[in-house]
Design a protein around this ligand. Structure first.
Ligand code: NAD
Length: 231
């Protein structure tokens, strides 16, 4: 089967994970150098930890902001943004929280797991963009702490964000899954929506994943090289 070309599709959906940002120098979740080997999420990345010690959780997220802020979008992000400029029906649904899609020029990105660059008042739930490093001030004018607007371990995904992702997946004619292990739920279930509605499906990854057999096309290599091969 020959590799599908972007030019042959109208409604392309890129479903991206940590592997897309690996070439920018951001470690993947499970790969070597991943933060969860070093930090226990129960101390740094769940609401219970935040309630117990918000300053400690913010110190950790300030380090993540500094590390991610020093990374640049890579060719994979750039190709996706270019395809979106060339083909109006293109959308991006990502599990990443790093903001690199937006920094490469992509628009309307559906961020399933939130963003490192947004904060939410822990009492009033107001959300705002914030790119300061370190994030300051840590408290909202109401007196409560801001918390990172990230889907932490044990948090539920935002319902409206999930619904938007469902809509886009149900109507795409090409699904390109890039750099995701396909095992973090419920995000991992989403590609099945496009499969059920008859989209052509492509998985880009360095290796096989538990969900590889579900895809019609499996491209093995780095995200940037494999995306370039679909031009
Ligand atoms: P994952 O770490 O579980 O899997 C990454 C996948 O990418 C693996 O299958 C790996 O083989 C593949 N990969 C690694 N380098 C690659 C490359 N250069 N080209 C192509 N593929 C490559 O990531 P996930 O499935 O996204 O799930 C992890 C969870 O942790 C998600 O919620 C994710 O948002 C979060 N996370 C986000 C970031 C980020 O924002 N950049 C980084 C780490 C983890």
């Amino acid at each position: 089967m020959s590799t599908p070309r972007f030019a042959d599709f109208q409604r392309i959906l890129f479903f991206t994970g940590a592997g897309l940002s690996a070439e920018s120098g951001i470690p993947t979740y499970r790969g070597s150098g991943g933060i969860w080997a070093e930090y226990d999420y129960e101390d740094y990345a769940c609401q219970r930890a935040f309630v117990r010690d918000p300053e400690k959780v913010w110190d950790f997220h300030d380090k993540r902001r500094a590390a991610v802020g020093a990374c640049e979008p890579n060719d994979g992000h750039r190709i996706i943004a270019e395809v979106q400029r060339e083909r109006a029906g293109t959308s991006v649904v990502t599990q990443n929280i790093d903001g690199l899609h937006q920094r490469s020029g992509a628009t309307g990105v559906v961020e399933l797991h939130g963003s490192l660059w947004r904060v939410r008042c822990d009492r009033e739930h107001i959300v705002r963009d914030d790119t300061s490093v370190p994030m300051s001030p840590r408290k909202c004018s109401c007196g409560a702490y801001w918390r990172p607007d990230i889907v932490w371990f044990e948090d539920a995904l935002d319902q409206r964000t999930l619904e938007r992702a469902h809509e886009l997946l149900a109507s795409c004619d090409l699904l390109v899954s890039v750099g995701t292990s396909g095992v973090v739920y419920p995000a991992a279930e989403l590609p099945r929506i496009a499969m059920r509605s008859g989209a052509t499906t492509v998985e880009i990854n360095l290796d096989d994943t538990p969900v590889s057999p579900l895809y019609q096309h499996r491209l093995r290599g780095t995200a940037s090289d494999m995306l370039a091969s679909m031009r």
